[in-house]
Design a protein around this ligand. Structure first.
Ligand code: PAF
Length: 286
């Protein structure tokens, strides 16, 4: 039976006990409203560790003032059931007052990597992510943590943070989980009406187009960005935030496409729903 834990001290005590019994702990941090993408992370954690902990916490510090914190989708009862079915031993569900008590004044910030891509439109977002992930790692004390590659910049930033701060948690990336028609799974897809969902397909189709172009020998990111832009613009209700061809390690824009190049996209659908997607263009999955 899955346990639901609300207090950090109780969570840490549970982890200490499991570790003293020789059990390794795999951790999946989430903001809830689970879909198959989250459940795949939980199952992978279960394959790599003896016990799985997932957290469900809609972290206020990673949302900007005009973002969707107040109406972020939530269904905790359903999440509990799905997490249990996916092999989670403990679901850690702290509240905001516990995680950010009055007087808290420490932020964990990763420089450089957080400045481009989503960092441009969402200033402060990654500071919120790295701060909460550090806190969760300290509370849960996992051996490894699994993150989805849909949030590619987040994955790279967290890996860098663990290196820089000597955080001994192994970071495991999971390939993007997609709907049958290619749409990358996201809790924010629940905001999409039928017609906006069609527009949302522009992201995965743009990645497919870029892959086709590289397969036929194109290596110029400028030329490819232009055709990706044309394709996305051909869908109604799309507004491009960015189309970037970046190196998978430093997230800097590349001058030529190689097997380390990731095409990263952010597009606002219907003026409100900001979706991201990404993919390697040569010889890689996701
Ligand atoms: O990817 C997410 O859902 C969040 O950014 C995370 C890692 C749970 C931190 O709040």
């Amino acid at each position: 039976m899955m346990e639901i834990v609300k207090m950090p001290s109780e969570m840490t005590a549970w982890s200490r006990k499991e570790r003293s019994l020789g059990h390794s702990i795999g951790f999946v941090p989430t903001m809830g409203f689970f879909h198959e993408g989250h459940l795949a992370l939980m199952r992978l954690a279960g394959q790599r560790a003896d016990k799985v902990v997932a957290s469900l916490f809609v972290n206020p510090t990673q949302f900007g003032p005009h973002e969707d914190l107040s109406n972020y989708p939530s269904d905790v009862a359903r999440d509990c059931q799905l997490a249990e079915e996916s092999g989670v031993a403990v679901l850690f569900v702290p509240d905001a007052e516990t995680m950010y008590p009055e007087g808290a004044c420490t932020t964990v910030a990763v420089n450089g990597l957080t400045r481009n891509l989503c960092g441009v439109d969402r200033p402060g977002h990654f500071d919120g992510v790295t701060t909460i992930v550090t806190k969760l790692f300290n509370i849960v004390q996992p051996d490894l943590a699994v993150f989805g590659r849909k949030d590619f910049q987040q994955l790279v930033v967290i890996r860098q943070m663990c290196r820089d701060l000597n955080i001994g948690v192994k970071i495991v990336g999971h390939p993007i989980v997609r709907e049958a028609d290619g749409l990358a799974m996201s809790s924010r897809n629940s905001y999409l009406t039928d017609s906006l969902r069609e527009a949302a397909l522009s992201l995965s189709r743009a990645i497919q187009l870029a892959r086709k172009q590289t397969a036929s020998g194109e290596r110029d990111p400028g030329i490819m960005a232009a055709s990706v832009r044309t394709l996305i613009d051909s869908y109604p209700d799309t507004a491009i935030d960015y189309i970037q061809f970046v190196d998978q390690h430093d997230l800097k824009a590349v001058k030529t496409i190689t097997c380390d190049t990731v095409l990263a996209l952010a597009v606002k659908i219907g003026g409100k729903v900001r979706l991201i997607d990404n993919g390697f263009l040569l010889d890689k999955d996701s």
